[in-house]
Design a protein around this ligand. Structure first.
Ligand SMILES: Cc1ncc(COP(=O)(O)O)c(C=O)c1O
Length: 390
């Protein structure tokens, strides 16, 4: 049959990190002992309080549709959390009307691009980026405009060069997947000034907002002033902070006009997300956060260990957030290994360690390690890599 599939679907790439996960599962099923450092999710179970709240919601028959943007109670709690922990109360004071809950922040981002973009609109993306970003822009008819960073940090001069009359938005992610970098508040405020000057939106993907190390505090650009808030969409998720990836609960905060437009879109796409899972999210925000702080401390200890072992082999900028390392691997290129994808495949075969090639994130020459795995796995993985490279 001719033109069996739409141009839309032909023009997007599959998620490479999801593909690596499928290869790992296949190799393990064949009996191979693979250490996976390719996974983008915490290895902890969801905390008990969250699971109990979902069980209780089921027992109370909370099994029907909820409001499209999410349970009012959940949106109230999210607004309260952002007001308090991300300091929105100082200048903005969010209410439930500023929040829309979706099936993971993956859908929040999809909602945003579908709501904002007309065909040919340009969206600036600093490299490296999370794999889904350019594809969801393309699915909305937009054009991803990739921009270089400096030593993995935002490069405002490079961004300025890419701004055109068609620039509709910039989407950045800090703490960053795949690099673990946290962009400075000063650079983000400078970016906001550019957005005001050239009249475009700021989309701030804060999926790893709580996974900050070395005493850093969460920072949401949208909380800085009413003027910045009006053109900034803040995207967050329960997936990483609360180890709730399977619950599929993400959300965004924005001005009411944008939220209403996205509510209209989501109403036709998915409606609400799983009603009883939303009760788990309420419990996550209300529970004693000690468990979460312990989880973050564990990640920080793993970051220290993984970074120490990593720089014995590769050159790598020290990450200060999320749970990734993103070293440069070019010094190991040779006649047989000519790029990061081949290097990542070679590691899987010779060291039995799964990683994701940097080209998946728009930055060839690197690979991504996720240290959302045990200290034992981290030690073994780098030990095996060292041995294989010898
Ligand atoms: C930067 C970034 N944004 C968003 C997401 C989406 O997460 P979820 O859809 O589980 O909320 C991810 C997941 O890996 C991510 O790394």
């Amino acid at each position: 049959m001719k033109n069996k599939l739409s141009d839309r679907i032909i023009n997007i790439n599959e998620s490479k990190s999801i593909r690596v996960a499928a290869i790992v599962e296949k190799l393990r099923a064949e009996g191979k002992k693979i250490i996976s450092m390719s996974i983008g999710e915490p290895d902890f179970p969801a905390p008990l309080e969250i699971k109990n709240a979902v069980k209780e919601a089921l027992d109370q028959n909370q099994t029907r549709y909820s409001l499209v943007p999410g349970l009012k109670n959940l949106r109230n709690e999210i607004a309260h959390f952002l007001n308090k922990q991300h300091h929105f109360s100082d200048k903005i004071n969010l209410t439930s009307e500023n929040i829309i809950v979706s099936n993971g922040s993956k859908q929040s981002l999809y909602n945003i691009f579908q709501t904002l973009l007309n065909p040919g609109d340009e969206v600036i993306i600093p490299i490296p980026y999370w794999v889904t970003i350019p594809e969801s822009i393309k699915l909305a008819g937009g054009i991803p405009v990739l921009v270089k960073t400096k030593n993995l940090y935002l490069d405002l001069d490079e961004i300025k060069k890419k701004i055109t009359k068609k620039t509709k938005a910039i989407v950045y992610n800090s703490p960053n997947n795949p690099s673990g970098m946290v962009y400075s508040q000063e650079s983000l405020i400078e970016l906001a000034n550019l957005a005001i000057e050239h009249d475009f939106y700021l989309i701030s993907d804060e999926a790893y907002d709580a996974l900050l190390f070395d005493g850093q505090k969460p920072f949401s650009l949208a909380s800085v002033s009413q003027e910045i808030f009006e053109r900034t969409i803040t995207v967050q998720t329960f997936s990483k902070t609360y180890s709730m990836t399977g619950f599929r609960i993400g959300y965004l905060a924005a001005n009411i006009e944008l939220v209403q437009a996205m509510d209209k879109f989501q109403g036709h796409l998915t409606g609400n997300n799983c009603t009883f899972a939303q009760y788990g999210a309420i419990a996550a925000l209300k529970m004693n956060q000690k468990t979460i702080h312990e989880m973050i401390s564990t990640f920080e200890a793993r970051r220290d260990l993984a970074y120490k072992l990593c720089i014995e082999i590769f050159s790598c900028v020290k990450p200060t957030g999320a749970f990734y390392l993103f070293p440069n691997v070019e010094k190991y290129y040779n006649r047989h290994i000519k790029n990061d994808e081949q290097f990542s495949e070679w590691l899987l075969e010779k060291a039995q360690v799964a990683t994701v090639a940097g080209s998946a994130f728009g930055m060839p020459g690197h690979i991504r390690f996720s240290y959302a795995t045990s200290e034992e796995d981290i030690k073994n993985a780098f030990g095996q890599i060292k041995a294989a490279l010898r």
